[in-house]
Design a binder for this molecule. Structure first.
Ligand code: GDP
Ligand code: MG
Length: 152
């Protein structure tokens, strides 16, 4: 089943000039980028995005980190892509992330783990709505879909 996920390359990914490399991984896997925008997240929006962590001791550092520079916010689509992208991203702590995952290949610490991805369909819906208007999300068919998926 087709799903949309909210994926964000965090300021360290952008400032380390890793955006192209990371985007290539999603594209080569067969996923579609439906929306992408570079932005510096306003503090209130960052706090809302990470509201589930409001009571955690790292919340202040997290908001500082995510608002410290430009992010690349995206909507990515693909069959069952929410779980798939979480696997591609790897464990929250890059020291525990498998090699071959984005965090496992490019990051060293939890507080500099370079990428965010929605963890469930409910989170994806909430996060996409927090960052994108409906008319910023571009729907299109993959011309080579039958080379990537069995089902049309
Ligand atoms: P994720 O879904 O894998 O991104 O992980 P969580 O939802 O648990 O945490 C959200 C983000 O908060 C993580 O990606 C980290 O950037 C940050 N974070 C989580 N735990 C810690 C921590 O113990 N210390 C710091 N500095 N940041 C943390
Ligand atoms: Mg999370």
């Amino acid at each position: 089943m087709k799903q949309k996920s909210f994926v964000m390359l965090k300021p360290d990914a952008v400032l380390r000039r890793l955006t192209g490399k990371i985007l290539t991984r999603f594209e080569e896997r067969g996923l579609q980028i439906l929306a992408a925008k570079m932005m510096i997240i306003p503090r209130a929006q960052a706090e809302e995005h990470y509201a589930e962590h409001k009571e955690k001791p790292f919340f202040g550092d997290l908001v500082e980190y995510i608002t410290s520079g430009p992010v690349l916010a995206m909507v990515i689509e693909g069959d069952e892509c929410i779980t798939l992208i979480r696997k591609m991203v790897g464990a929250t702590n890059p020291q525990e992330a498998d090699l071959g995952t984005i965090r496992g290949d490019f990051a060293m610490e939890t507080g500099r783990n370079i990428v965010h991805a929605s963890d469930s369909p409910a989170s994806a819906e909430r996060e996409i709505a927090l960052f994108f208007q409906d008319d910023e999300i571009c729907q299109y068919q993959l011309p080579d879909r039958e080379l990537v998926y069995e089902e049309p």
